[in-house]
Design a protein around this ligand. Structure first.
Ligand code: CAA
Length: 676
């Protein structure tokens, strides 16, 4: 875990704990002992601490947070490093994050390779740097810069770290150790950051909090980070560290941090496909075909183009093709206008696009993604045609949101090459891709789909075949109950407010308005059986027509609609319903507990590989607040029996088709979590 080597009079301590040199108990013990031994060893004049491989250290071992802690604790290790009577130099050979960076802050000097990145990402795990980071970083780089780093959690490159005074010098990539040893010999004894004082403009903290209010509202960790940095300014280091420790202890035991740590591991677990060897050979994907240049087809294509992968896009008519590619260019240019792309990058991406009306042009693609409208017959026809054109071994994917991949695959002679790649709208922005595994999808096709999604910067999750797959299937009860609640007495505003108050970016009706109230509408204004059909018949199709469940002004600002209130009243009258007061608690049960229940059914049916995959789908596909971990862990943390009790309380309103998931019941009875 740690290795020591004497280079004449300089002791090198190497942290070696693959894959990221996390500071597990064994590493802490090794560091602590090596520093202590060095104090008594007359042969040692100075010490260099370095990480093995690509990382200096990824920080504390996050998996240990839920286990009984083993001494020495990291703060004691860092203090021991700082207290060393012999100078200690951190040789930062790669990324140094969290506790890893705190170790370097305990060191008396820091030298780094230019490719190193330095950061304190703890806030993203719902905690704060708990090994003196909130006290030493401000002392080194000033309170304002430290606040930025600690509250954002974003790492900075070595060059910026040097500018800020976080590192003393840069070394060349291939001679770090030699340069660090020479540096250690040259320094003028220990230089302790903890001895420094830091002052700050008294208004800094309030100003910082108000400037960042939108990002940190409702979150415990950023507020605690600000408190801790405030203590660094106000108090000597030993007292400041006590403040830091106590804030850390509260955060780490809190639900927000538990949820955020869960998400960290959930994201990584989602990449794993159960039962497949990790080293399974992938299919090379050098060229992609996309069928359909509509909103989805265009957005999907942009992902590949941005990643440098050429795309052939096929449409039925020249108008549709021109409209689609024009929109792609417009989207790229809008991003460039915001300074997030260079004009030459726009041209580079668009230069990789081949628009065509010739289906035959798909013959040399390694992957073809169909992105036409949701109609099984149309999709089957396309896949049958594709079967005759695509080269052997090419992967054939559908972007369907609901339809059976197995039925689509049955239209081909090669169902082993067929899978679903379900992108979320807008496809060039949303991170989630559900990778749908058909009954006959070949393992290497599935693994290639997962890898490819990551290559284009997405978060892929495997789903089996069912109506709506993981995400949209779970969305159905939410949207249905939201609609039923309208009839019973709630308003769109109330239901949406409960959802945004929960932390979702938008509620069910805001979502209808954004996506289009008319999605899936039969287009017959005379046939009105539902509230949605009534809105559609009146041309209230959502934001695009400036009217949906809300009225919109020219700047897309929403306000409650008297027309919609009138429509809802008419439906109530027709159904003989006299509206009742609906509590926020009922809205939570009917539009969120029912989602949990559907998730449990999906888990039980084996559609999702694991509960945490469902959480990843909801975080990246629907904006479930990360600090609430996703619906399944949220339910686990609330207690599954309380979910069942809630559903029981409103059972009279859940409808004849509602079925309490047997898995949910069993886990509640046995006291086992859905996520294990
Ligand atoms: N603890 C435990 N495991 C860790 C870890 C950590 N700090 N960092 C990474 N890992 C594990 C991952 O879970 C993953 O495991 P699997 O292969 O089994 O899935 C493996 O290491 C590789 O990680 P990535 O797939 O993420 O590799 P990457 O190269 O894409 O990224 C990284 C590497 C930038 C270090 C990234 O893993 C990361 O951001 N890690 C977390 C960093 C962090 O938050 N550190 C702060 C810890 S808290 C702390 O230090 C508190 C304190 O003050 C005491």
């Amino acid at each position: 875990m740690t290795h020591i080597q004497l280079h004449d009079d300089v002791l090198e301590i190497l942290i070696a704990n693959a894959p990221v040199n996390a500071l597990s108990a064994a590493v802490r013990q090794g560091l602590f002992k090596a520093i202590a031994d060095a104090q008594d060893d007359a042969a040692v004049k100075a010490i260099v601490i370095r990480g093995d491989g690509k990382f200096f250290s990824g920080g504390a071992d996050i998996a240990e947070f839920d286990e009984p802690s083993v001494e020495p604790w990291l703060p004691a290790v860092v203090d021991a490093i700082e207290a060393s009577a012999k100078p200690v130099v951190a040789a930062i050979n790669g990324t140094a994050l969290g506790g890893g960076l705190e170790v370097t802050l305990g060191c008396h000097y820091r030298i780094a390779v230019p490719s190193a990145r330095l950061g304190l990402p703890e806030v993203k795990l719902g905690i704060l740097p708990g090994a003196g980071g909130t006290q030493r970083l401000p002392r080194l780089i000033g309170a304002a810069a430290a606040l930025d780093m600690i509250v954002s959690g974003d790492p900075i490159p070595a060059s910026k770290a040097q500018e800020l005074g976080l590192i003393d010098r840069l070394a060349s990539e291939d001679s770090l150790l030699a340069e660090a040893i020479a540096f250690a010999r040259s320094v003028d004894g220990p230089r302790r950051t903890g001895d420094r004082k830091v002052s700050a403009d008294p208004e800094l903290f309030e100003r910082f909090a108000s400037d960042n209010a939108r990002k940190i509202t409702g979150l415990d960790a950023p507020k605690a980070c600000i408190e801790a940095v405030k203590a660094a300014v106000a108090l000597p280091i030993d007292q400041g560290q006590k403040v830091e420790q106590s804030l850390f202890a509260t955060l780490v035991a809190g639900d927000q941090s538990k949820a955020l740590r869960h998400v960290f591991f959930a994201e990584r677990a989602a990449a794993r496909i159960d039962g497949l060897p990790k080293d399974l050979a992938r299919r090379p994907i050098r060229k992609v075909g996309v069928i359909g240049a509509g909103t989805m087809g265009g957005g999907i294509s942009m992902n590949f183009l941005s990643a440098g992968i050429p795309v052939t896009i096929v449409e039925m008519t020249a108008e549709a093709l021109d409209r689609g590619t024009g929109l792609m260019r417009k989207n790229y240019e809008a991003t460039a206008a915001k300074g997030r792309l260079k004009p030459e990058q726009v041209e580079q991406a668009m230069g990789l696009l081949t628009p065509t009306l010739d289906f035959g042009a798909l013959a040399d693609c390694d992957l073809v993604i169909e992105a036409v409208y949701e109609d099984m017959d149309v999709k089957k026809e396309i896949f049958a045609r594709l079967d005759g054109i695509a080269k052997p071994g090419a992967m054939l994917a559908s972007n369907t949101s609901y339809l059976s991949i197995d039925e689509i695959a049955s239209a081909t002679t090669r169902p082993q090459d067929v899978l679903g790649l379900h992108f979320f709208s807008p496809a060039n922005v949303m991170k989630l891709v559900e990778v749908i595994r058909g009954a006959k999808t070949a393992p290497d096709a599935l693994a290639t789909g997962m890898d490819l999604a990551r290559r284009i910067g997405k978060v892929p999750v495997v789903s089996g075949v069912c109506y709506g797959f993981i995400g949209n299937r779970m969305l159905i009860p939410r949207q249905d109950h939201a609609m039923a609640l309208l009839l019973e007495g709630a308003t769109p505003e109330q239901i949406d407010r409960v959802h945004t108050g929960f932390g979702m970016p938008m509620g069910p009706f805001q979502m209808y308005d954004l996506a289009g109230v008319d999605i899936g509408w039969h287009r017959d204004p005379e046939r009105i059986e539902t509230i949605r059909e009534a809105l559609c018949a009146k041309g209230r199709w959502g934001q695009k027509t400036k009217a949906g469940f809300y009225d919109y002004d020219d700047r897309r600002k929403a306000s409650p609609s008297p027309v919609v209130a009138e429509i809802i009243d008419q439906f109530r009258a027709k159904a003989g319903v006299s509206p009742r007061a609906i509590s926020d608690a009922e809205i939570i049960v009917r539009t969120l507990y029912t989602v949990v229940n559907e998730g449990a059914a999906i888990l039980e049916e084996g559609i999702a590989q694991r509960a945490s995959d469902i959480d990843v789908v909801w975080i990246y596909g629907y904006g479930w607040p990360r600090h609430k971990g996703g619906p399944m862990i949220w339910a686990d943390m609330a207690g599954l029996q309380s979910i069942i009790d809630g559903l029981d309380r409103y059972s009279a309103h859940l409808g004849p088709d509602f079925r309490l998931s047997p898995l949910l019941q069993r886990c509640a009875r046995e006291g086992t979590p859905l996520d294990r």
